[in-house]
Design a protein around this ligand. Structure first.
Ligand SMILES: C[S@@+](CC[C@H](N)C(=O)[O-])C[C@H]1O[C@@H](n2cnc3c(N)ncnc32)[C@H](O)[C@@H]1O
Length: 182
């Protein structure tokens, strides 16, 4: 009995240390810091981008899944979440199950390897370096008309050679909405 208690305690300590470590990981590594989009920002970004039931929403680095859960439950969209971190992936799975979010697929994958051709909305809370590295993939795969929602960080518009346009900027919530053109 005592052994089991020690095991549980050790697991809890390891999980806590991993949680702390994730906050100080180098910002340009795939293990981006444990930053989360607040709920009021999620609501503002989905409203601003006019997300609706016709949309296929991808969340690249979906973390614990809150934005996607809101997009599917409250805005009626279909959601696809991509998350590389096993801990956050499990937490997202649990949140989706707990909140009974419909029309939602979760992939434990590297978002550089996930096809984006059916996306109509792409949500990201990623550092500028990751947005820059994703640009060739966006140019190759994302169809015209797709909206990008970026929280806190601007997308590298110049690298899109006239194919990406800022359509809305909510200064208060630090939300940038872009549209891809042909
Ligand atoms: C700043 S957090 C944002 C989490 C969530 N989107 C939110 O707003 O609450 C960035 C997320 O991207 C994930 N991530 C970073 N690089 C990734 C990659 N190459 N593939 C999939 N997920 C990645 C991280 O694990 C982390 O959960």
């Amino acid at each position: 009995m005592f052994g089991i208690v020690i095991d549980i305690l050790l697991i809890a300590i390891i999980l806590f240390l991993l949680y702390c470590l994730s906050a100080i990981w180098p910002p340009d590594s795939p293990w981006a810091p444990w930053w989360q989009t607040p709920k009021d920002v999620i609501l503002a970004m989905l409203t601003l981008a006019k997300v609706g039931k016709q949309d296929v929403v991808y969340d690249l680095g979906c973390g614990t899944g809150e934005a996607l859960i809101t997009a599917t439950k409250e805005f009626g969209a279909k959601g696809i979440g991509v998350e590389i971190d096993p801990l956050r992936f499990v937490m997202a799975k649990y949140n989706i199950w707990k909140q009974k979010a419909p029309h939602l697929t979760l992939k434990k994958e590297n978002f550089f390897k996930v096809p984006l051709s059916d996306a109509t909305v792409i949500i990201m809370y990623l550092i500028p370096n990751a947005l820059k590295r994703l640009t060739p993939k966006f140019l190759q795969e994302v169809k015209p008309g797709t909206r990008f929602i970026s929280y806190r960080y601007e997308m590298p518009v110049k690298l899109f050679k006239g194919r990406l346009h800022l359509v809305k900027h909510d200064i208060k919530h630090e939300i940038y909405i872009y549209k891809m053109t042909a």
